[in-house]
Design a protein around this ligand. Structure first.
Ligand code: HEC
Length: 139
């Protein structure tokens, strides 16, 4: 049996927990990551999910975004609006990601993110499934 590292197991458990909590709370259903990779093309101009990304993109890396507190990527120049929401305890879980992607201004009024909203709940669920593939945030 292949041995998984402790952190990989913890990350998988955290994602399972995050997804489980969302469905228990009546949140978005678990989506299809393969479809989500296509939906990510809407984000791709400004974000990557590569931990070693070197391109100077307009948005912060979304590597292990699930469970990550807002504005936590060191070295990225977040807006004051995002820092304020982060200070208020905003964490990116399936529910907050879903709401932010549907309407960025509704979650972070004054956010710098000027992407077009993703109106379909199914597309958003698939997108979040794709994003969760890189694992969950760990300190
Ligand atoms: C036009 C460029 C652009 C596009 C397209 C875009 N974003 Fe962003 N995104 C940004 C910027 C800039 C920020 C920082 C916002 C701020 O500081 O207010 C951001 C922030 C975020 C954050 C918060 C990250 C953190 O570290 O707190 C998430 C999550 C996010 N974007 C997800 C997405 C997703 C998912 C998509 C695709 C549906 C997307 N974005 C499309 C530019 C973009």
């Amino acid at each position: 049996m292949p041995r998984l590292s402790r952190s990989a197991v913890a990350a998988a458990a955290a994602v399972a927990l995050a997804l489980g909590q969302a469905s228990a709370a009546g949140g978005p259903a678990a989506g299809d990551a393969a479809r989500g990779e296509r939906v990510f093309q809407r984000c791709y101009a400004c974000h990557s999910v590569d931990p070693d990304e070197t391109a100077d993109l307009q948005g912060p890396s979304l590597f292990r975004i699930l469970g990550r507190p807002a504005a936590a990527k060191s070295g990225f120049a977040y807006s004051d609006a995002m820092r304020k929401r982060a200070a208020g305890g905003l964490v990116w879980d399936t529910a907050t990601l879903d709401a932010y992607v549907a309407d960025p201004e509704s979650v972070v009024p004054g956010t710098l993110m000027s992407s077009s909203p993703v109106p379909s709940a199914e597309d958003r669920a698939d997108l979040i499934a794709y994003l969760s593939r890189s694992g969950a945030f760990q300190d």
